[in-house]
Design a protein around this ligand. Structure first.
Ligand SMILES: Cc1cc2nc3c(=O)[nH]c(=O)nc-3n(C[C@H](O)[C@H](O)[C@H](O)COP(=O)(O)O)c2cc1C
Length: 172
């Protein structure tokens, strides 16, 4: 698919078909994480794949925004592996790095006809605890994956409202 089509036509899928994505499709999406840029190439991201009935049930009990997805990526970063700026402003890159990773996977999924929804509405501490993540592993977001259901469509109020370019871009 053309890159412009991917970024303009993608929308958050909030209704999934029961059919699971294939291992090949999942691999293609996960590979997009491998090639993502990260600060100083530290690659602090860690991705946990939730697709067993048990894991999907658990995440459903902790997050109201799973929308019937059968595959959920828990996109995390390792506090021990992220880059810390030496310039005294305490900037740490893990959150930014893992956000880029999540975005690349989201676009890779759409490129092969798989829908996704980026989800941040859950208690991060509770989810980290429920999945027994080590202390140094922090969750950025959940990325839901699946085939859009037949009646899936963009949520008007949350998709098709764009700020004008002049409002978001300032030349200095
Ligand atoms: C950081 C982040 C957190 C989000 N959290 C949620 C969420 O918890 N639940 C949800 O339904 N959508 C969530 N979204 C999806 C946004 O609502 C959606 O991307 C936005 O409304 C634009 O719509 P579109 O993706 O259909 O273009 C999130 C998106 C981002 C980038």
């Amino acid at each position: 698919m053309e890159y412009t089509d991917i970024i303009k036509n993608r929308y958050s899928v909030r209704s999934y078909s029961d059919k699971k994505i294939t291992e090949e499709e999942l691999h293609y999406i996960l590979e997009a994480a491998k090639y993502a840029p990260t600060a100083k190439n530290k690659q602090p991201h860690k991705i946990y794949v939730l697709k067993s009935d048990e894991a999907i049930e658990k995440i459903n009990s902790l997050c109201k925004c799973i929308f019937g997805a059968k595959t959920v990526l828990m996109v995390c970063y390792d506090k021990n592996e992220e880059w810390t700026s030496p310039l005294g402003d305490n900037f740490q890159s893990g959150l930014v790095d893992s956000t880029i990773v999540c975005d690349q996977m989201m676009l890779a999924a759409w490129n092969i006809g798989i829908g996704s929804c980026w989800v941040g509405y859950f208690n991060h501490n509770e989810v980290e605890k429920a999945f027994n993540l080590p202390e140094n592993i922090k969750i950025n977001s959940l990325l839901l994956l699946g085939y859009p259901s037949e009646d899936s469509k963009p949520m008007e109020s949350k998709h098709s409202v764009y700020r004008p370019m002049e409002e978001i871009i300032t030349e200095l």
